[in-house]
Design a protein around this ligand. Sequence first.
Ligand code: PLP
Length: 392
Amino acid sequence: MQVLEVLRPLPSAENWTLEGLNTYASVADALKTEQCNDSVHVFYPKKLAEMAARFLAGFRGTNLYAVKANPHPAILKSLWQAGVRDFDVASLREVELVSKTLPGANLYFMHPVKSRQAIRHAYAMGVRGFSFDTLDELIKIEEETSGAADLKLFLRLGVAVQGAAYELSGKFGAPLDLAPLILRRARLSAQRLGVCFHVGSQCMRPDAFADAIAQAAGVLKSSGVTLDLIDVGGGFPVAYPGMEPPALEEYFRVIHAALDANGFNDTETLCEPGRALVAEAGAVAARIELRKGADLYLNDGTYGALFDAGVPEWPFPLDLVAGDERALSNDVIGYRAYGPTCDSCDKMAGPFPLPADAREGDWVLFEHLGAYGLTMQARFNGFYSETLVAVC
Ligand code: PLP
């Protein structure tokens, strides 16, 4: 077989469409038919539609999908088909990708630190929502949009809350004692003025959102300005092994109650879910290339889609798909895994509970990796995969 037959060509954004995806009845069918040399990304369209419906029906404001969680055009188009019209973008590339894939989408540039070119081009491409957490960034936005009168400006607050498995408060967010001053200044240039925050990813406590909303109310009171928008960010969780959060609807209930209790009844509300919208709609199948005792050498790793399995040692629901027709053993052992690159830190401690007879050619299926999987891939050592198949 020619090497070019086993290395998949890099698809361009235009032909990454749902219509272009090969669709299978099961992951095993997909792996058998695709005969892929790289790991395989799996997309469960029904699950995505179900999660989008839960957010659209349950959250009382606008749902901005955090594109960073999974920017694949098939995901973007499926969300659009499910009714999602608003997108949180972090970079100019994401602005371009979403604008090109979904020309009618409303984009919000919610990264609090942007380059001047990114602001300028994004505004020219129709973006009106921008976040910032300093006066300097606010001034950058004003200058690069030539003092535009149609901006939705969101001050990102550095709220202090507990309960997230992935802290996101260390890097961004205006200190709460400085926020009133920045808000007063922003009121002068914003057509619609908002605050936003992020309670941290995989937030296990609905009350963390209520705490953050109360802190936002405190800032607003000290500032004396009127607020048009409150964006409660992302952070909605997913059930992973050992992490069983309350139902999504409980988060909505707590958030709505906190908004009402803090005087935000009439304030336009937004949220920015990434993980909870797409995680369960995807999986990654990584092939075992070699087994050494309880160590599995896989064709994907921490420089690829399995960053979260290796670096923060995130637990994923697992399955093993036999590479041949054999019935797998019912005995389970805990494995350690290594990714395909030369780097010693390309390892995943696990332990990954899998059948005791796992062997070369079998595929380890990491479920709930529709978020922060495909998007985390580097191309180190030439290992990456852009093979996405749909399983219905
Ligand atoms: N919004 C912003 C500004 C973020 O930085 C992130 C994640 O980093 C998200 C939304 C999505 O968060 P999550 O995937 O936890 O819902």
